[in-house]
Design a binder for this molecule. Sequence first.
Ligand SMILES: *Cc1c(COP(=O)(O)O)cnc(C)c1O
Length: 353
Amino acid sequence: MEKIDILRLMRDNIRSLDPYSTARDEYQGELGILLDANESPYGEGLNRYPSTALRSELLGRLEAIKGIPSGALFLGNGSDECIDLCYRVFCRPGMDNAVMISPSYGMYKVCADVNDIEARQVLLGEDFSIQTDDLLAASDSNSRLLFICSPNNPTANSFPESQIRTLLENFPGMVVLDEAYADFSARGSLKKLLAEYPNLIILQTLSKAWGMAGLRLGIALADPQVVTIFNRVRYPYNIGTDTLRLALDLLPAADLKAKVAEILKERGRMREALSKLPCLSEILPSDANFFLVRTASPRKLYDFLLARGIIVRDRSKSPLCGPALRITVGTPEENDRLIKAITEYDSVQSTIC
Ligand SMILES: *Cc1c(COP(=O)(O)O)cnc(C)c1O
């Protein structure tokens, strides 16, 4: 296939957008007296709009951590903003469509609905494998986005590089690969594919392995032309000063490798323990920091755990999942409490029987 022209995939009005600009961005020297933005002159710094310098500092830090060339990383208010921007930049409301795997992360469909874009959900196989032929068959000349999540939420498996490549080479629009859980995956990130495929957008986040879900920082890695357009379309101050500062403070100390290693160790220990519990008929393989487990009466087990202060997620209504709960790997103590509670549930069940 010919190299795809990503600029042509963008909506005309977005490509020619004249973005909001601030006087402060136009001024290059040392900032002096700020009478340009109608802020209050009083305060401890938060009286000012977030500075471009602070934003650039965090961008630079993240580009270095991820080994991404300058200009190829976009910083959003969570991955959720990045997902929404994909729709707003590439999809004409009421005309275009987005293809996505199912079951997967709910925001792909919600954002499609919000933007009046048809969401074409294509089932995975029974074994949660990706169906490249079905995904391509569901696409047409108005398909602008293809959402793939790997490792996938809620199925916890990841997809082979060869199949992602097949999709990148044959899908007529942008392929959005959500790697929210890639830090936990044996396969790691496929960011090296960015150099080969201009139609690839990779989503990452500081919400999971980095432990900063409360900050709301999401990342899109993409061709610099896409990053430029995302920056024109986003709200001018989508990330607040306190968030930028906290992220800069927390990143060096986050000790990602050690935390991920601890969670993976617990994942292994939990798998062993959970697989011995009679009420759980299946613990599906996990390449992420959560398990999908099958149990005869998920709602009953869910309520039992809830009554003991343990909250898990009922995924029984998700296609292909069957009667299933999704359980996040917590601290060793939290995991022990979960295992103890399910053991209790099992003993109550056997008394009833
Ligand atoms: C948790 C999660 C995210 C993270 O979203 P943020 O808005 O960055 O917190 C993204 N994608 C998937 C599939 C997730 O499960």
